[in-house]
Design a protein around this ligand. Sequence first.
Ligand code: CU
Length: 180
Amino acid sequence: MRRRASVLLGSVLLALGVLAAPGTAWAHDVLERTTPANGTTVDRLPGAVTLTFSEEPLALGTQVVVTGPTGPVSSGSPVIDGRDVTQALAPTAPGGDYTVSYRVTSDDGHPVTGTFSFHATVGLDGSTATAGATVHVTPVTTSTSQDFPLVAVLLTVIGTVVLLVVGGYLVLRGREADRR
Ligand SMILES: [Cu+2]
């Protein structure tokens, strides 16, 4: 029981550490917000991503690398306008998961780097991506399929039963192990 408590405590501390790490970045120019925002899903990929810093960065070694399902899609150099750094995207950018890596020079001369990510349902090229998928698919012409929902329901039921059986087995086994 003591071991289990310490494992639980360790997990909680680890989770808190992971959550706290990005917040303790720098005391100088910090990234205040982005468009699209980190961790969000946008219906359509915008023509550019914007990073807003707490102060105006220096126009020195500014880099914004936007990477999608098919690779980098940054188009041209990032533009600094006040506290905003804007990076245009190629019109061929597809729908899917995007990661943005940035490097700006803080007005105190220190480099500020980081990454954020978002999901675009539809790309600038009109292609769509299923939520959470790293591979994008081109949209198929909408057809009303009648048998699909039945298959989906059946698979969900089977999946749930399997999870319940496995989960129940593990719980019972855990109890037996406790008794010994
Ligand atoms: Cu600094």
